[in-house]
Design a binder for this molecule. Structure first.
Ligand SMILES: NC(=O)c1ccc[n+]([C@@H]2O[C@H](COP(=O)([O-])OP(=O)(O)OC[C@H]3O[C@@H](n4cnc5c(N)ncnc54)[C@H](OP(=O)(O)O)[C@@H]3O)[C@@H](O)[C@H]2O)c1
Length: 333
């Protein structure tokens, strides 16, 4: 394993628990030392994998997408024909095609693997979306089985006839790039689901606005029925409630309930929501394919706006209203 951050470290731990021997490398010696204490071998350097692993070697990268290419190329210098590089980071699926071709010239095999599970993966297991050649994927089966959540993570689907591995929590999705393509779409769905929960809880959060006095002037939309909006909802308790027997439970709802428990106002967060690329790539793929992705677009643009990227356009709106109607801006602060 190369890259012993939040993901890589716990993946090594889960692999070792299942009896898979691991050699590790990271630019941080502390991260290496922590795993060596738990039984991993210290590869020492990218070249160290040549000595510390038996042939054919399998080296898994768990680094930020922006540094994956450089790390892959450095590692490839240290590997031999028949060895395999696996990128488990959130890379753009289109990069996988060029990487596979480049590595094939040295006889090094390549597998792209979208990994879902976050910091809870150590205990819950990691959902694995895999792209590459079938023979290498088959060779890696013990590794995928060790990392994946396993059959017990969900009840059997009635009517499912397939004997495939999906019900173990890992799947060979297709050729190079297929794993990261599926992960990209998984994250696009995640954006939408998160936005839907966030929006719903925000609506509940504002449902008491009828109790407050509202300005009566030409700049303020009339509040026709303030008496309909006099609720003081306990959002934490509603999140807890919906986890049981409603039609919208999910792990994301569990996490929402956990975040709200005791911290209903979420005051420690600024609300500036980052995005690490998959949503943009999914939107671009949808554009290329002419496929509508309304929910993804709205949730991705919501994240941009949360970071202040709509500030200038909002000023343009205010400037226009001032020009054509003499409307002065009302500030809420
Ligand atoms: N966190 C998640 O929930 C999650 C879920 C699925 C997939 N992923 C993907 O998995 C990958 C790793 O994520 P993470 O959350 O584990 O990130 P992380 O905690 O930030 O760890 C990143 C690792 O990469 C190393 N690294 C960073 N920059 C480097 C560079 N320039 N050269 C060499 N090594 C470098 C870091 O080394 P240092 O320790 O020295 O900084 C660290 O070991 C990313 O591609 C991410 O998108 C993350």
């Amino acid at each position: 394993m190369v890259g012993l951050g939040r993901m890589g470290s716990n993946m090594v731990r889960r692999l070792m628990r299942a009896g898979v021997r691991c050699a590790v490398h990271d630019r941080s010696r502390d991260s290496v030392a922590a795993l060596v204490r738990e039984g991993a071998l210290d590869a020492g350097s990218p070249a160290g994998f040549l000595k510390s692993l038996a042939k054919p070697r399998h080296v898994w990268l768990m680094v930020p997408a922006a540094v994956t290419d450089a790390a892959l190329d450095e590692l490839a210098q240290s590997l031999e024909p028949g060895d395999t590089l696996i990128d488990g980071g959130n890379s753009h699926y289109q990069d996988d095609l060029g990487r596979a071709e480049r590595l094939a010239k040295r006889g090094v095999r390549y597998v792209d693997c979208g990994v879902s599970g976050g910091v809870f993966g150590l205990e819950r297991g990691y959902c694995l979306m895999i792209g590459g050649d079938a023979d290498v994927v088959a060779r890696l089966e013990p590794v995928f089985m060790a990392l994946a959540p396993g059959k017990a993570a969900a009840s059997p689907t009635p009517g499912r006839a397939s004997k495939g591995t999906a019900d173990q929590g890992w799947l060979h999705c297709g050729p190079h790039g297929a794993g990261h393509f599926v992960k990209m779409v998984h994250n696009a769905i995640e954006y939408g689901l998160m936005a839907a929960y966030a929006e719903g809880f925000n609506l509940l959060h504002h449902a008491g606005a009828g109790r407050d006095a509202r300005a009566v002037d030409a700049e303020t939309a009339p509040f026709r029925h303030p008496e309909f909006y006099r609720y003081d909802f306990d959002v934490a308790e509603i999140a807890e409630l919906w986890r049981r027997g409603s039609v919208i439970p999910s792990w994301l709802l569990d996490l929402t309930a956990s975040a709200l428990a005791g911290h209903k106002d979420l005051a420690k967060f600024s609300g500036q929501v980052a995005d690490s690329g998959e949503g943009r790539w999914a939107l671009a793929a949808a554009n290329d394919l002419g496929v509508p992705v309304h929910v993804l677009a709205a949730s991705l643009f919501g994240r941009f706006a949360s970071r202040g990227e709509s500030e200038f356009q909002d000023r343009v709106l205010s400037a226009l209203r001032e020009q054509f109607g003499g409307h002065a801006e009302k500030t809420t602060a």
